[in-house]
Design a protein around this ligand. Structure first.
Ligand SMILES: [Zn+2]
Length: 70
């Protein structure tokens, strides 16, 4: 059993599957059983079950405070 992935609010994650807009970085906007993520390229918000996100997760690119605005 793999330990749960420590996903925190404000984290920027990279997923295996790219968004249709071409973006692959997502900002975590909500945590819980479902994780809310926002595409950093087009700003679209998506709600995804935590288990599904963990399967699609490639890496956590940045934690809170390391996120660059703009
Ligand atoms: Zn996008």
């Amino acid at each position: 059993m793999k330990p749960p992935v420590p996903i925190r609010l404000g984290d920027v994650v990279r997923l295996k599957k790219k968004h249709p807009c071409g973006g692959e970085h997502w900002e975590v906007t909500r945590t819980g059983a479902d994780i809310g993520i926002k595409c950093r390229t087009c700003g679209r918000r998506v709600l995804i079950p935590r288990t599904q996100l963990e399967r699609q997760l490639k890496e956590i690119a940045a934690g809170p405070g390391q996120v660059q605005s703009g």
